[in-house]
Write a protein that binds this ligand. Structure first.
Ligand SMILES: Nc1ncnc2c1ncn2[C@@H]1O[C@H](COP(=O)(O)OP(=O)(O)OP(=O)(O)O)[C@@H](O)[C@H]1O
Length: 267
């Protein structure tokens, strides 16, 4: 194979979405939470997802992160179907071993930081590298320190979660996701559990990530963040995406009545 042919094979198609979700469905106890979600995000885009409480936003992210199986539809990451495969004409869910491997390419940050309380910050960040990726302790530590620096916490590396503020814990959680070098980062209301004065430091870290070209989906109630940082804003309601548009259009000239009503409550 010529060198240029090899490069062409490796490079993703320029306009191919990083993550592409089609007709995603999920029900709990017969109650449809995701009716049919279609969603795509391209490299470097930041999508903000707004919507009323209980509308299924977290469920959508958990399915995209392969933390729960869907009931239907498909998820493609960099052109490859993840989470499921076709087997004898049926769609089947992949075994946990394969899901774990695919999950490494999707970073997820939760409302609650979920750090291990008995490990200092740097060990929390290292854990995925040593236990999942088999990286040596020495190399994992170096990479973890780089990530802690990126979120402005290199001087808190040896602090335990109980010695850190909520905002700092959330920044450690972001570093923990980033260190695995995912193709896309999913944020599920990352500032909702924080005292108001700690929200800004987490949003600043996220804004820096976006400026560095990270591809991000952010479920949030932070309308100002969405309007400033997102490349596209979506309103999620009733198990579907009601409207998606660039922030200016979404906030200043929404098309759907549902979006207008939603915005009248949050503005
Ligand atoms: N594991 C589960 N088992 C049963 N029902 C669930 C489960 N997870 C979510 N639900 C239900 O699905 C619906 C959507 O929940 P979800 O957390 O996805 O909404 P949300 O839009 O993220 O809400 P919020 O903004 O309050 O976090 C809710 O009615 C919730 O009770």
């Amino acid at each position: 194979m010529t060198q240029s042919a090899a490069v062409a094979q490796e490079a993703p198609a320029v306009n191919q979405p990083i993550l592409h979700v089609e007709n995603l469905q999920k029900a709990y106890h017969g109650q449809e939470v995701l009716k049919s979600v279609d969603f795509e995000i391209r490299k470097g885009q930041v999508k903000a997802v707004l919507g009323p409480s209980g509308s299924g936003k977290s469920t959508m992210l958990r399915l995209m992160a392969l933390l729960e199986p869907s009931d239907g539809g498909s998820i493609k990451l960099r052109g490859e179907t993840i989470g499921t495969k076709e087997h004898r004409g049926r769609t089947v869910h992949l075994p946990e071993r394969l899901l774990a491997r695919q999950r490494q390419d999707i970073g997820m940050v939760f409302q609650k930081f979920n750090l291990f309380p008995h490990l200092p910050a740097v060990r929390n960040v290292m854990l995925g590298l040593t236990s999942v990726k088999g990286v040596s302790h020495h190399e994992a530590r170096e990479l973890a320190m780089e990530m802690l620096q990126r979120v402005g916490l290199e001087n808190r590396a040896e602090h335990y979660p109980s010695e850190l503020s909520g905002g700092q814990q959330q920044r450690v959680a972001i570093a923990r996701a980033l260190v695995l070098n995912p193709s896309v980062m999913l944020f599920d209301e990352p500032t909702s559990a924080l005292d108001p004065e700690l929200v800004g430091e987490v949003l600043d870290v996220m804004e820096n990530l976006a400026a560095d070209g990270m591809t991000m989906i952010v479920v949030t109630h932070e309308v100002r963040f969405a309007s400033r940082v997102a490349s596209e804003v979506s309103l999620f309601d009733g198990g579907v995406i009601v409207e998606q548009a660039a922030p200016d259009q979404f906030f200043n000239n929404p098309k759907h009545e549902r979006t207008k009503r939603f915005l009248s409550h949050v503005h």
